[in-house]
Ligand binder design. Structure first.
Ligand code: ISL
Ligand code: CA
Length: 633
């Protein structure tokens, strides 16, 4: 067990300690040798308080020790082979229903709109769909605030529409996973209404409702979406915890009746035939029941006060095991969790097969450069991906399976992060897709990524729809920024960038709706849309389809070994090899010309796919080329 007398070097043996050290090394650009250095390695945890000159206090060290003691040994994989599973070879596609396709002309995407586009998705080669929430919701956070888990949101259609969608998906041999938001519900959920109507209600304990302390909030935690994390309810004279918006009330997983109720609901969806779930912020479900004060120092790094007491809580592993045993295991269903803030070693504790928790977990370290967030004004340096992705490819083990994700509904578009001027948009889009479809792991393509959709230009507050961005804007203005300055920051980082309507064609709403969409289209659909790209051989769409096809036809790209090729930092080259089949993937992560690492004219390399139209002696900006290596090599 860890104590204040444990030493820095011992952190390395624990999952959480290892992840923290890795993050610090990425952020500082330092090498692992730093920790191996006996002077650093022998520092006792208690000494961090004086060494950090006030940045770290005793409480911080106490919390660190508690988290380290959750799992004290890193997971060791002893398997040589990978078990085959449908979800390991499947190509997933994430749909944000509100913005995908509007079938009835009310400006809001819907379920029948998705059904209309199934042939399109099948044509692209998609095997499985993940739907962002379609349940009944007052839409404070676009469906991530659920009012009724067993009803479909009226704007999206009916349960009959949903059943037809599921049938049509299965008829095409595709699978469907649903979003499962069980860290919190809407404050309009009937459980919450009962919970705050009477302290003796059985539903009272379904939520985290606590009396105030010293005439104020139960603790100093803040919401991920800005402001305090507590609402006051006069009816019970108590405060309710919300890690996200004021209308997203955290559930109390300590309560067994609540857990059973959730499992019943999950099973009813599985009985309907859905193939699995994406579990929203699932690493937050276990909170330290003492609700200790959060560290301001940690908050300055992670954004919310108290996160250290929620993101990897004491009973997380226990709850995940129970959830799986009671639901997914019974139905042989797939599960991928969202794990914001979870590093690779903690991810292993959650996804290693023998531990029977989740099948996969989304990790978001790749979405921003170390030390940066999506609201920071910077250009993403793709070179960071090489050490990061190599680590996951080589060290995650044969009993864990990575999720490959670069875009989703919570993040600006990736090519725009790298270069805002759009000059290399086509190349960078294809580069990212190449990584997703040639690395080991399950690729999750986000709607529009297959045509290289880009960010929008939001000019004023009224252009924004996202609760998180609107809170952020108000905060910046209250801190003294002008509306223009606030919009500059929020506009670039807002989640709304990924939520503008899908660009089907070049008509008024990009073919999304026959009336005004709930969020404005940019003008980009005039140059970037499905209709134009489907017919063009060198389009991002065609490239994506070819990549998917290549992956479907070659198990080497799914289950093959990942063999890194030694190169400089600008280039990322690797081989995927299975039996006699080997592919060589050559990627220039920089925006300048560089030398090729292998003389492919002398070796038996057959070029399969390239994001430039002809071969050249030099490896060009963001070039990515895939070769099949001759069997006799
Ligand atoms: O965008 C973020 C915060 O500024 C992310 O940290 C995000 O909130 C986090 O990844 C959790 O996201 C998920 O849960 C949220 C919901 O708003 C997101 O859309 C969802 O993906 C709360 O349910
Ligand atoms: Ca509609």
């Amino acid at each position: 067990m860890f104590t204040a007398d444990s030493r820095i070097k011992e952190l390395f043996d624990t999952p959480f300690g290892y992840d923290v050290i890795q993050t610090i090394l990425y952020m500082t650009g330092k090498d692992i040798a730093l920790i191996k250095n006996p002077i650093v390695g022998n520092i006792k945890l208690r000494s961090l308080v004086s060494l950090s000159k006030g940045m770290i206090d005793d409480a911080f060290v106490g919390t660190l020790i508690a988290i380290l003691n959750r799992e004290t040994k890193r997971h060791q994989c002893s398997k040589n082979t990978i078990d085959k599973k449908w979800w390991k070879s499947a190509v997933f596609y994430q749909i944000y229903p509100r913005s995908f396709m509007d079938s009835n002309g009310d400006g809001i995407g819907d379920i029948n709109g998705i059904t209309m586009k199934l042939d399109y998705l099948q044509g692209l080669g998609i095997d499985a769909l993940w739907l962002s929430p379609v349940y009944d919701s007052p839409n404070d956070d676009n469906g991530y605030d659920i009012r009724d888990y067993e009803k479909i949101m009226e704007e999206f259609g009916s349960m009959a529409d949903f059943d037809r969608l599921l049938l049509e998906i299965h008829r095409r041999g595709m699978k469907l996973i649903m979003d499962l938001v069980i860290n919190h519900t809407s404050d309009e959920h009937k459980w919450f209404k009962a919970a705050i109507s009477d302290r003796s209600s059985p539903y009272h304990d379904y939520y985290i409702l606590r009396p105030g302390k010293n005439g104020t909030y139960p603790n100093n935690w803040t919401s991920v979406f800005g402001g305090g994390a507590w609402n006051y309810y006069e009816s019970v004279n108590e405060y309710g915890l919300h890690i996200f918006s004021k209308k997203q009330m955290d559930l109390n997983w300590e309560d067994e009746a609540l857990r059973k109720e959730l499992y019943g609901m999950v099973n009813r969806w599985l009985d309907k035939g859905v193939d699995g779930f994406r579990l929203d912020v699932i690493n937050l479900i276990s909170k330290d029941p003492q609700l200790p004060m959060g560290s301001e120092a940690i908050a300055s790094l992670v954004g919310a006060v108290g996160y250290e007491h929620t993101f990897y809580g004491p009973r997380l592993h226990e709850y995940l095991k129970e959830l799986r045993a009671e639901t997914f295991a019974v139905h042989n269903a797939f599960s991928v969790g969202e794990g914001a803030g979870v590093g690779m070693e903690v991810a292993k504790q959650i996804t290693a097969e023998s531990r029977k928790e989740l099948d996969e977990i989304f990790n978001f370290e790749q979405l921003d450069n170390p030390g940066k967030g999506r609201y920071d004004d910077y250009s993403y340096d793709l070179r960071y991906l090489k050490p990061l992705l190599s680590k996951w490819q080589l060290e995650y083990g044969n009993d864990c399976w990575p999720a490959l994700v670069f875009e989703n509904h919570d993040n600006p578009r990736m090519p725009a992060k790298v270069s805002d001027d759009g000059i290399y948009r086509d190349k960078i889009s294809k580069l990212i897709l190449t990584l997703m479809l040639t690395l080991k792991g399950t690729p999750y393509i986000y709607q529009g990524q297959e045509i290289g959709m880009t960010n929008s230009r939001f000019r004023e507050l009224s252009d924004l729809r996202d609760v998180e961005s609107i809170n952020m804007y108000n905060k910046l203005v209250s801190l003294g920024k002008t509306p223009k300055e606030a919009m500059k920051t929020v506009g670039k980082g807002t989640r709304d960038n990924a939520r503008i309507p899908m660009q089907w064609d070049d008509t008024d709403t990009g073919g999304f709706s026959s009336s005004e969409p709930w969020i404005a289209c940019s003008t980009d659909h005039h140059i970037c849309n499905v209709k134009e790209q489907i017919g063009r051989e060198d389009s991002i769409y065609s490239f994506t389809r070819s990549l998917i096809d290549l992956r479907h036809k070659n198990e080497a790209l799914v289950y093959g070994e990942f063999i890194p090729v030694k190169t400089d930092n600008d280039t990322f080259c690797y081989i995927r090899k299975l039996g006699n089949t080997s592919f060589y993937i050559e990627i220039n992560l920089s925006g300048t010309n560089t030398k090729r690492k292998k003389d492919i004219t002398k070796e038996k390399y057959a070029m399969i796919l390239c994001n430039y139209d002809k071969h050249d002696e030099l490896l060009r900006p963001y070039e990515t080329t895939i070769y099949l290596i001759g069997e006799n090599k």
